[in-house]
Design a protein around this ligand. Structure first.
Ligand code: SF4
Length: 261
């Protein structure tokens, strides 16, 4: 995957643009976080110590295959998408090659993923648009990304964050749950939660905040029952559901030791 290109200053500028865009958009008013600035900084400092370089779990070999993988991951697990895309990306890692493969063969590769017929159609339309409008390259601007077939705000946020190093916040089911459960970013919709998180997370942590929150939700603050004894922010957490206030030891976690989704 391409290395992030954004430095701190550029990241702060991009974040400021995000805030302005969020303000301009007419959305239902967001609620407030239940945490002080110091508490929020401490939460993300600990996530940083625990996972200094968090990685997304969707397999890809370049920006194009990342985009396709994210499009395919809607209402599917990362593990399920990875299983289907390994063979597909081995033979089609550019829009041109994917287009040459054609919709029926793309469909054959991704048949195990939910809504695969529609997704195969979208992937082909996506490749046509990338070739026609962007010379076969994935654009690094939000407006251009969301104009592509099958690409919504969340997909654009993931690609901008992972491939272009932008401090975006793609709110998935885990982040929506954590935002509300612990009161970090209460909101009914992903957009409301995104607005709060983009506003409250300190600049220096924004680049990786998306992955930290997803991994925390996937492995610790799980949907059915949060694993509070394993939680490094248990003393700060204000959730009514928490079962302990003693934080787990703060040690770096090796990515390979993580359990599958
Ligand atoms: S203490 Fe429990 S509820 Fe709070 S963030 Fe940690 S796992 Fe989630």
């Amino acid at each position: 995957m391409e290395k992030p290109k954004t430095k701190n200053a550029a990241g702060a500028a991009a974040r400021s643009t995000l805030r302005d865009a969020a303000k301009r958009k007419s959305r239902a008013p967001s609620k407030r976080t239940r945490y002080t600035r110091a508490e929020i900084a401490e939460i993300f400092r600990r996530f940083h110590v625990q996972r200094p370089e968090p990685q997304g779990e969707l397999e890809h070999v370049n920006v194009f295959t990342l985009l396709v993988a994210v499009v395919l991951s809607a209402q599917a697990t990362d593990a399920g998408v990875n299983k289907a895309t390994r063979a597909l990306f081995a033979i089609a890692d550019t829009p041109e090659k994917m287009l040459a493969l054609g919709e029926p063969r793309v469909g054959d590769y991704i048949k195990t993923i939910g809504l695969w017929r529609n997704k195969a159609k979208n992937v082909i339309a996506l490749c046509e648009a990338l070739i026609r409008d962007h010379g076969g390259e994935v654009p690094g601007e939000r407006e251009a990304l969301v104009a592509l077939p099958g690409v919504g705000r969340k997909t654009a946020n993931v690609v901008l964050n992972m491939a272009f190093g932008q401090p975006t916040m793609a709110v998935d089911t885990h982040i929506l749950r954590i935002g509300n459960r612990i009161g970090l970013a209460p909101g009914k919709t992903p957009d409301q939660v995104e607005d709060i998180l983009v506003r409250i997370i300190p600049d220096e942590y924004m680049r990786h905040a998306h992955h930290w929150l997803i991994l925390h939700g996937r492995y610790v603050c799980k949907a059915r029952k949060p694993d509070c004894p394993a939680c490094v922010i248990a003393d700060i957490c204000k959730s009514a559901e928490k079962t302990t206030s003693i934080p787990a030891p703060l040690v770096p976690i090796e990515p390979l030791e993580e359990a599958p989704a």
